[in-house]
Design a protein around this ligand. Sequence first.
Ligand SMILES: [Zn+2]
Length: 197
Amino acid sequence: MAHSDIDELIRLFAKLPGLGPRSARRAVLQLIRQKEQLMIPLQAVMARSLDSIRSCTTCGNLDTHDPCVICSDPKRDPSVICVVEELADLWAIERCNLYKGRYHVLGGTLSAMDDRGPSQLNIEPLIARASKDEVKEIILATNATLEGQTTAHYLTTRLEQANVNISRLAQGIPMGGELDYLDDGTLGAALKARLPF
Ligand SMILES: [Zn+2]
């Protein structure tokens, strides 16, 4: 391999989230050292993925099937739709192994700063899904950031026409959290969302 290819690999790896130039160099070195176990299978799966991975036309999830495995799973409750910003959020909720409804991936948030309006997000298909008779509840699981909240607020307004209950994720004190260490926003939100004892 020419030296410039190594540099190019490092340059591309360093663009991945969580990898800086230093960890990109280490990752590339490992790939080269473990050609058989890593580089060849990686090359094969990347070539396949380019063709096989697509967006689910129902929910926006990524899968090799359309509709995706979640949308086509008869054991998942079609009456509840959990709305998330990004696919990583869907994966995070799936890791909890508690949620048995369906999803809707927006593909980001509304953002005045980045000039991102409703038409750039996967919103119209959500309104259409929510208006179906089988859908009873929409869980707005956008992030507790200004943009996440703005997006949730916008969706609440848009979903008024659909006959659904709208809920939000509870916000508050993390498990094992000590009050003294919480930021003011988290503590304030937890106080506002207090429950009867
Ligand atoms: Zn889907």
